[in-house]
Design a binder for this molecule. Structure first.
Ligand code: FES
Length: 106
């Protein structure tokens, strides 16, 4: 199973195995990773699943859809490497992905 590392704002690393087909957000919620509330349940309508992906992963992830970009504009301190974790579907290609959770969400 792909391993995803979530880094919380207090610099704690949480590396967990997430089943293929789940989203990075679902992996966090199911494993009680603090800071990913996912208030809309993955509907791309809340931005409480906002993460910063590790720089080396930016180009390896599927491109953002328009709706994701719009929602990220409303997120806390969006950056070039911001993504909605509910839009990142876990697959073997994502094995080793590292995401940082913004401070405001913790
Ligand atoms: S869970 Fe709401 S936008 Fe991702």
């Amino acid at each position: 199973m792909p391993r995803i590392t979530y880094i919380t704002s207090d610099e704690q690393l949480h590396t967990i195995e997430v089943k293929n087909g789940l989203t990075v957000m679902e992996g966090a919620v199911q494993n009680d990773i603090p800071g990913i509330d996912a208030d809309c349940g993955g509907g791309m309508a809340c931005a409480t699943c906002h993460v910063y992906v590790n720089e080396e992963w930016i180009d390896k992830l599927p491109k953002k859809e328009d709706g994701e970009e719009d929602m990220l504009d409303m997120a806390f301190e969006p950056k070039k490497n911001s993504r909605l974790s509910c839009q990142l579907i876990v697959s073997d290609q994502l094995d080793g992905l590292v995401v940082n959770i913004p401070t405001k969400q913790s």
